[in-house]
Ligand binder design. Structure first.
Ligand code: URA
Length: 209
């Protein structure tokens, strides 16, 4: 099934109880054909009303951090692990997570992104399939199925303020976004070098052909 068909299916999903309380399914924002996928937890109040992930204050901070590494939502997809708002923003339950898993899998299989940014504890543990919390997991790049995973704090945590290991949460996020920039630059340089090498090889074949 192509991604549009899966999206259409998701928009009317009733696989878990969140269907009874949501205003609408929040599928994705940004570009599902780009190299970067940003993954949050679940829609909040504003997202549920507007049908778009990260539209509240946390979303504005996310856009600012993206801008600082010269990216915007046309160059990144923004999605959540859970596509419907849990009432009162409670933690998603196991059966809700499992019911929703195929939608994020379909998005990632479609994208095959170079970089996945996980925002906060929930998305990080889900994607790394590890109990390690965000405070320990962040600041490093992990490799999973050909993608570089960069965990960072949830922007809502940065909005609450607070410090972490001598720096503010927002500056820790800035460091993590710089890792994203570095990975993207390295991957692009590698692709360009490979393309140049392939061009050289075909020129040589022409020469001797
Ligand atoms: N927090 C999330 O994790 N996702 C959103 O879409 C909004 C807030």
């Amino acid at each position: 099934m192509d991604i549009e068909a899966i999206r259409a299916e998701a928009l009317t999903c009733t696989k878990c109880r969140l269907a009874e309380t949501r205003t609408q399914v929040v599928w994705a924002d940004g570009n599902l054909d780009s190299e970067v996928c940003i993954i949050g937890e679940a829609p909040g109040f504003n997202e549920d009303k507007q049908g778009i992930p990260f539209v509240g204050a946390a979303g504005q901070l996310l856009d600012k951090l993206l801008g600082e590494i010269e990216l915007d939502r046309s160059q990144a997809a923004v999605v959540n692990v859970i596509k419907c708002r849990p009432p009162g923003n409670r933690v998603p339950q196991t059966y809700e997570i499992e019911a929703c898993r195929p939608y994020l899998s379909a998005q990632l299989n479609h994208m095959r992104p170079d970089v996945i940014i996980t925002l906060g504890n929930f998305a990080t543990k889900f994607i790394l399939d590890s109990p390690i919390g965000i405070t320990r997991a962040r600041g490093q790049v992990y490799s999973r199925k050909g993608a570089s995973i960069v965990p960072t704090f949830h922007p809502a945590a940065a909005l609450r303020g607070g410090r972490f290991g001598g720096i503010s949460t927002i500056d820790a996020m800035r460091e993590d976004f710089q890792l994203v920039r570095n990975v993207l630059d390295e991957r692009r340089a590698k692709r360009e070098a490979e393309a140049a090498e392939a061009a050289d090889r075909s020129e040589q074949l022409d020469l001797f052909g």
